[in-house]
Design a protein around this ligand. Structure first.
Ligand code: NAP
Length: 281
């Protein structure tokens, strides 16, 4: 069984990106810049943003965090996004979610210029991804995809089962696998026989938010299992996959923590660099 080391893969990706930033600097005499807008004082959001800032600086990007109190009005945020859209020093814009209730998430997402949308949430990027065109891809599924490709570079004809259909994870994951010629089944809370569906997968991606939902007898031998879940339980942080059981049958599996999580931020940096390159073009 291969334990897919997300920390190592993310460190390798960051090294590659660092080199690319040096090349871009010598070519364009400037480096890509990531601007994050953080609203409010939610502890997990503050931690994520701090990690994003640290990682961006480490690979040589310009990094800026704009902080607003929880009470900031929607118009102020939208005006700031428009200002950043027009700022040539900003290659990527990310508004940390979740937002306070009085701020319309969709309006915020749609105000970000698609070419600077490092999260890949803008409808234009969602559409481009599903049409098979160039687009920003949401960071977590992109990280999963890169981990899968490390284990199995040729996914032609593989049967993939995606558990969960969120816009953040399941749906973009499905598009990425379709692009690689997988036959994809996307499952959700109303799926009739989830175990039966999972048993057909050569690849299973679990992005549900239910601790250890995918059991050992749901997985056939030699399956690649990617666990996106991050669930706080009495025994600590666990994924959506029952790791002990599933690791006995799977060909390869991501641990939680230390699997998909570290790849997410590395992919955000990758997306920032891709946005910069597209803007330069
Ligand atoms: P979400 O928006 O809550 O979506 C969950 C999906 O799971 C929905 O499509 C839901 O189906 C489906 N579902 C719920 N119960 C199910 C069941 N019993 N059987 C099959 N499907 C079921 O969640 P998310 O934002 O995608 O996040 C999923 C997990 O990933 C969470 O644990 C989250 O913390 C974690 N996460 C990790 C990272 C990372 O960097 N590693 C990033 C983001 C999220 P319906 O559509 O029918 O409701």
């Amino acid at each position: 069984m291969i334990l897919i080391d997300g920390k190592k893969a993310a460190a390798e990706l960051r090294e590659e990106l660092k080199k690319e930033v040096i090349q871009l600097k010598s070519k364009y005499n400037t480096v890509p810049g990531l601007t994050v807008i953080l609203i409010g004082e939610l502890a997990p959001s503050k931690i994520y943003v701090k990690n994003k800032e640290k990682s961006a600086i480490e690979v040589g990007l310009k990094s800026e965090v704009i902080r607003y109190p929880e009470t900031v009005d929607e118009k102020t945020v939208l005006n700031k996004i428009n200002e950043l859209n027009n700022d040539v020093n900003v290659s990527g814009i990310l508004v940390q979610l979740p937002l306070p209730k009085h701020i319309n998430k969709q309006k915020v997402i749609e105000t970000i210029l698609p070419s600077k949308d490092v999260d890949g949430f803008h409808p234009m990027n969602v559409g481009n991804l599903s049409s098979g065109y160039e687009s920003s891809v949401p960071c977590t599924p992109l990280g999963c995809y890169l981990l899968i490709k490390k284990i199995e570079p040729n996914l032609n004809g593989k049967k993939a089962v995606v558990v969960g259909r969120s816009n953040l994870n399941g749906k973009p994951m499905t598009q990425l696998l379709l692009k690689e010629n997988c036959t994809v089944t996307i499952t959700h809370s109303k799926t009739k026989d989830l175990k039966g569906e999972c048993l057909k997968g050569d690849i299973i991606i679990a992005a549900v938010g239910i601790p250890e939902l995918v059991k050992g007898d749901w997985v056939k031998k030699d399956t690649i299992v990617i666990d996106v879940g991050i669930n706080k339980t009495e025994k600590g942080i666990v994924g959506d996959v029952a790791f002990e059981e599933v690791s006995k049958v799977a060909k390869a599996i991501t641990p939680v923590p230390g699997g998909v999580g570290p790849m997410t931020i590395a992919c955000l940096l990758k997306n920032t660099i891709e946005c910069f390159k597209r803007i330069q073009k």
